[in-house]
Ligand binder design. Structure first.
Ligand code: ZN
Length: 132
């Protein structure tokens, strides 16, 4: 299928491929189970889903063998697990930070009240009746 498409020089080492609609095709990376991480080009209208598009599609990379596919799948699973753990850690950390701020505020309020009672008890209040 790529034999019928034309090419135009682009920046970088890779030439920009032109689809049958005459549009430059962006380089994309597959995330499918069969071709994880494999680069390809295709009609840019295909991803829109709204417009009619041509059938231009071409793989850039060679097919991934089974061993590499299994390794990529395992790494993807581990990466997702680590991202979940990191997200959970961030949530716990933000809650602990909020708790620390609340405890500091409470301590400051208690110290202020204590200082007020010790040094500035207004006239008419019997200090012996205070709970502390
Ligand atoms: Zn096209």
């Amino acid at each position: 299928m790529s034999d019928r498409s034309s090419t135009a020089s682009g920046h970088g080492h890779q030439e920009t491929r032109i689809c049958f609609c005459g549009l430059p095709c962006p380089l994309r990376t597959s995330s499918s189970k069969d071709n994880p991480g494999r680069c390809y080009v295709g009609c840019p209208k295909f991803k829109d889903g709204t417009a009619t598009h041509c059938k231009f599609f071409d793989w850039i990379d060679d097919p991934v063998n089974d061993r590499i596919r299994a390794m990529l799948s395992e790494l993807k699973t581990k990466n997702k697990l680590l991202e979940d753990q990191l997200r959970h850690k961030d949530i716990v950390e933000s809650r602990l930070y909020f708790l620390l701020i609340a405890i500091c505020g409470l301590c400051l309020a208690l110290c202020s009240m204590l200082m007020y009672v010790i040094f500035e008890v207004p006239q008419g209040i019997d200090r012996r009746r205070l709970p502390f």
